[in-house]
Ligand binder design. Sequence first.
Ligand code: IPD
Ligand code: CA
Length: 266
Amino acid sequence: MTLEVELGELAVDIAREAGELARTRRQQGVRLAATKSTLADIVTEADREVEALIRERLRTARPSDGFLGEESGAEAGDSGITWVVDPIDGTVNYAYGIPAYNVSIAAVRGEPDPRTWEALAAAVHAPAVGETFRAARGHGAWLDGTRLAVTEVTAAGALLATGFGYDPATHDGDLATVRRVMPIARDLRRMGSAALDLAYVAAGRLDGYFERGLQPWDIAAGSLLVTEAGGAVTRTDAEAARPLLIAGGVQVHARLVKILVEKNPD
Ligand code: IPD
Ligand code: CA
């Protein structure tokens, strides 16, 4: 077994256990723990508890690896591998009882920085719907037993997804971005979970996805799913406060880059 596959299996096992914990806590009732960057940016007690479980499982299985989690921060390791974790991606869905939330776990080589890291393995597990998306570098992307492949745009246009940040001050700009891409869209989705948006691109359930201001844990696992399913992912304006992530099948990705980056450099 290659290192990538081994890390991928570990990510899947832990994501499923963590997902069960999140689902159980959801059934027991969601308790808000705090707000973060804005009032809309919430963290529940379950986010923290689930991340603690993942961190503990990884520490036991791979004590030399580093860790970067949304809720509990970073810890350097000495193996060259770091786990990048979002315990609950789609927290607002989770709080409202919408099933589109997931546990997202990736192993990356190098600094835990999306500008330079090499993603090795990924798991995105959506416990409320019982789906586990996984990828290992060089070994493809899978939804349970099915190998995933991105789609290409049809004559009817691309089914696109996007997301909006929690800061109301950014909404006008994000809506202007939506307006620019609508000419190539058959329709647009806003599901509320970046990792699932990326997993759905990998699975051919979406043709493309774009969003500004995502954090490393939002994109680490999902981006590997897309590239291992034959798609492309670009992160532009990497030095800016709100980098733009564009993902899709090769043609749709290229069209989005042309519209959002080349024609309208920010
Ligand atoms: C959020 C979700 C959402 C995206 C936000 C993310 P969180 O992650 O992925 O879809 O639009 O930008 O912050 O807060 O639910 O982990
Ligand atoms: Ca989260």
